[in-house]
Design a protein around this ligand. Structure first.
Ligand code: ATP
Ligand code: MG
Length: 586
């Protein structure tokens, strides 16, 4: 590969990275010691996410520090200090108690990025309920199925979302007892069969004592993105907070005075683990932008808010690339110290581009809904190898494995591709797929958790993503990961997005087929197609390069921005599209 490792200056000398030396941090790390960095509930009453994220700061030295800075879609701003957030979440917990909601009941939220969403999340956790976020752009059916799988008893939403998406299905949700509406008008309009969120909170005390909570008590229910099939509901427990906190500190390099911005929507796991919990446990100020993606708006937010740490995703980065560096240069983004990305493979071109554009590269990291927190990362203090996901976090044992003929799991040699596996035991490990015990059991073998992703490890211990097990292409006896092919196509100046699949072929078993969306200034001509086929062949060799290229206006993606290769394939073969509840609207 033509990309050199990037050795960056480690940021302003006044802010040394939290993880200074990878090897020694790994050698001295233990989850028990990580656990001791948190407070635990007073009087040994256990471990509760909301105590670590809010209460201990609300009643401690950071009480007047801004926890959340909310930026409204139309330019308004609201600051919420830790003390104030402590009161609001206590009110919500008391409100739940008043409604008769019990520990273990599921509290869902369906809303855009509004302050009440954050109050719901942590208030529900204080009351020891299970918090489950729903992406606000879901239609009625994905909402209905997720509420019924998790047996949601409480739903917090807005009036508009309720009328459009929940009222029509309410009769089919016998478990859903209480709907709390965040008013959009003053005074709030009365919506039959619902409670007013503001009124409920106003009528209860702003102090709440968290009851004893066991680390193994259920806390979060997160649905996967549905990239490879029907979304699964992954259950997480209060102990997960130990991993949220530690990984926020080590992989995102959060320092207490940071202004942190996680652009992921709280409807997905990243938006909760790192958009809500990790920044709060680390006591930083988190930016919450109600607006949707718009590169120029994002640059303005970073400039005006002096964002230091920015956590985003490859799709957004590629869109920023499309817009070009000149737009970046119109803004003073010198506050940025650390940039990280997750959710999809980050192609090397994007890493190099971001280094040029922002003065520091996006640091790829890898994890899943199931792992609850970052497992593999490029750390602030390490050289970045563009295209690599980085190295396992301290406390995480990762390996590349394959199943031997005997059925046993074998760790394979460096530089060979196989399934990425993790040794179970870290705190944010999922504890089950809701209602699917067999599916959960099938993720484990021989003491390993099998991730369903293919990767390889280089001799220095850096992991390189190859593809998802379901997406890997078998052609003329070779196994090809779509990411490698897509990354090369993305190096061509005309290509904005690329998705690669295996298309059945009588001779080769499968051939590599690429779907390509072009940048604005390029037309989908036969000449360009030939140029791209030749470009890929020169770079990848004839065995790996695509045999077919089809130009498309855009690629089908999940609402969290992942390319749905299974849909490209189903459409190519004229097969049923399967579960498309998380497909982005066109
Ligand atoms: P589903 O499990 O429903 O098919 P999903 O796997 O996309 O959906 P998530 O848990 O949101 O749901 O995504 C995790 C997956 O995203 C990982 O298993 C991996 O395939 C991909 N992923 C995440 N981060 C990276 C990364 N840095 N590089 C490559 N792939 C990544
Ligand atoms: Mg998955």
């Amino acid at each position: 590969m033509s990309f050199e490792p990037i050795c960056k200056p480690s940021g302003p000398a006044s802010v040394p990275p939290n993880l200074v030396n990878y090897e020694s941090a790994r050698a001295s790390f233990s989850w028990d010691a990580a656990r001791r960095e948190l407070d635990g509930l007073p009087d040994g009453a256990g471990l509760n996410i909301a105590h670590e994220a809010v209460e201990r700061h609300a009643t401690g030295r950071r009480r007047d520090h801004i926890a959340l800075r909310w930026l409204g879609r139309k330019g308004s701003q609201r600051d919420i200090t830790y003390a104030e957030f402590g009161e609001l979440t206590s009110r919500f917990a008391n409100g739940l108690a008043e409604l008769g909601v019990k520990a273990g009941d599921a509290v869902y939220v369906l809303a855009g990025r509004i302050p009440e969403l954050y109050v719901t999340a942590l208030g529900a956790l204080k009351h020891r309920c299970v918090f489950c976020p729903l992406f606000s752009a879901f239609g009625p059916e994905p909402i209905r199925s997720r509420l019924s799988i998790g047996q949601g008893r409480v739903l917090v939403t807005t009036e508009a979302l309720y009328q459009r998406k929940v009222a029509p299905i309410r009769d089919s949700l016998p478990h859903l007892e209480h709907v709390l509406i965040v008013a959009e008008t003053d005074p709030p309009s009365a919506v039959p069969g619902t409670h007013d969120f503001g009124r409920l909170l106003a009528g209860v005390p702003d102090r709440y004592q968290i009851s004893p909570t066991r680390p193994e008590d259920p806390a979060l229910l997160h649905f996967t993105s549905g990239t490879t099939g029907t979304p699964k509901g992954a259950m997480h427990v209060h102990e997960a907070v130990v991993a949220h906190h530690t990984t926020g500190k080590l992989a995102l390099d959060l320092h207490p005075d940071d202004i942190f911005w996680c652009t992921a929507d709280p409807g997905w796991v990243t938006g909760t683990s790192y958009g809500i919990i990790a920044p709060l446990t680390n006591g930083v100020t988190s930016i919450i932008d109600e607006g949707d993606f718009d590169a120029e708006r994002w640059y303005r937010v970073i400039e005006q808010q002096r964002v230091n740490v920015w956590y985003s995703a490859p799709t957004a980065i590629r869109l920023m690339m499309k817009l070009g560096e000149d737009v970046v240069r119109q803004h003073d983004l010198s506050s940025l110290r650390f940039l990280a990305s997750v959710g999809e493979p980050l192609n090397p071109e994007a890493v190099v581009w971001s280094h040029r554009a922002f003065g520091t590269p996006f640091h790829d990291n890898w994890w899943q809904t199931e792992t609850g927190g970052i497992m593999i990362a490029n750390f602030a203090s390490m050289e970045v190898r563009p295209g690599s996901m980085g190295r396992p976090l301290p406390g995480i044992d990762a390996a590349i494995v394959r199943r031997a003929a005997s059925g046993a799991i074998e760790v394979i040699q460096d530089d060979e591709s196989g399934e990425l596996a993790l040794r179970p035991g870290w705190p944010s490990m999922f504890r089950g797929y809701f209602g699917q015990p067999e599916r959960y059991a099938s993720c484990f073998a021989d003491g390993w958790y099998l991730t369903g992703d293919l990767a390889r490890r280089d001799p220095d211990g850096y992991f390189w993503f190859v593809g998802r097990k379901d997406d890997v292409i078998k052609t003329s006896g070779h196994l090809i990961g779509p990411f490698e092919v897509e990354s090369i196509l993305l190096e061509h100046r005309a290509v904005a997005e690329a998705g690669v699949i295996g298309k059945p072929d009588p001779q080769a078993y499968e051939i590599v087929k690429a779907f390509v969306a072009l940048k604005a200034d390029f037309a989908p001509t036969d000449e360009l197609r030939r140029e791209l086929l030749g470009f890929a062949r020169t770079r990848l060799g004839a065995a790996v390069a695509p045999k077919e290229i089809e130009f498309v206006p855009k690629l089908p993606k999940t609402r969290s921005g992942k390319i749905m290769r299974r849909l490209l394939k189903a459409r190519e073969l004229g097969l049923p599209e399967g579960d498309i509840s998380t497909l982005e609207e066109n």
